[in-house]
Design a protein around this ligand. Structure first.
Ligand code: APR
Ligand code: ZN
Length: 253
């Protein structure tokens, strides 16, 4: 049975020889940036009811509950990209990773330098008033949240909704079809920091597998899908990902 060092070497070799690698990320890739995860040890869903704080029906019933939850998700402390985000951006820079498909809404991949990022669950970048249609940028909203003010639009409407996909909403069709396309055409599909339990996102590794791609997963805990992966590395993304990039560089010399 390989140890983690051998697994990192094998993953490095697969990625160094990739023609078209795709990276698929979840909350675990941002954990070391201080952004809480949803599941696993003290995940957000052990403290919040997703139906109440992250569904479209819950939002319409009580937008304040959503914004209190979002504060913890995104304002815990000023989240900065961590070494895992930078490692993934470097693999794109090296021409190996052609796309990042993320379930995260924290925009940390883009801030780390990744250029091609498919945000399956949208992002907090823009927030729209459901009444008058005014659009706010996230940094304007952040200031209101930090002042702990009531989240209300200038028109007085409390339904300020970020362009994130809440439970009960459809994923953006164009982003989903582009992500399926990428998963089908890649020859290496690497999952970083996801429990792979939310669909349709969690179907993507299977599209890649069925198209003959090699599958790698870097995750802190075991997932139900681990057995489908060619390389399974249980570890912290912020530590493992830079080591994989080092191995790729060594093997590409
Ligand atoms: N490094 C790597 N993996 C980590 C780390 C870390 N430092 N910390 C936690 N993890 C792992 C956890 O073990 C867990 O398996 O990351 C995974 C995160 O899983 P989830 O919290 O379920 O997040 P995700 O898979 O992104 O959830 C998908 O569910 O609630 C919805 O819309 C929400 O986008 C989210 C979707
Ligand atoms: Zn308004």
């Amino acid at each position: 049975m390989w140890g983690i060092d051998e697994k990192i070497e094998v993953a490095g070799e697969i990625i160094a020889n990739a023609r078209h690698a795709v990276v698929f990320t979840g909350a675990g890739v941002s954990a070391e940036s201080g952004v809480p995860t949803f599941r696993g040890k003290d995940g957000l869903w052990t403290r919040y009811d997703p139906e109440e704080v992250a569904s479209i029906t819950g939002f319409r019933r009580n937008p304040r509950a959503f914004w209190n939850f979002s504060k913890e998700l995104l304002l815990k402390k000023k989240a900065e990209p961590n070494p895992a985000h930078y490692a993934i951006a470097e693999l794109e820079e090296m021409g190996i990773v052609k796309a990042v498909i993320t379930q995260n809404v924290d925009m940390l991949h883009q801030r780390a330098g990744s250029k091609v990022v498919y945000e399956l669950h949208g992002s907090m970048e823009f927030v729209d008033c459901l009444d008058c249609g005014k659009t706010y940028r996230w940094d304007e909203i952040e200031k209101i949240l930090e002042r702990d003010e009531d989240m209300k639009c200038q028109c007085g409407c409390p339904y300020l909704k970020p362009r994130v996909v809440l439970f009960g909403e459809q994923l953006p069709a164009d982003v989903l079809s582009a992500s399926i396309e990428e998963s089908k055409k890649c020859d290496v599909f690497m999952v970083v920091g996801s429990s792979l339990v939310v669909y349709p996102a969690a179907n993507l590794p299977m599209y890649a597998k069925n198209s003959g791609a090699k599958l790698i997963i870097v995750n802190a805990e075991r997932t139900h899908a681990d057995d489908y992966f060619d390389v399974v590395i249980h570890g912290r993304a912020g530590e493992v990902m830079p080591r994989i990039v080092e191995a790729v560089k060594r093997l590409r010399r």
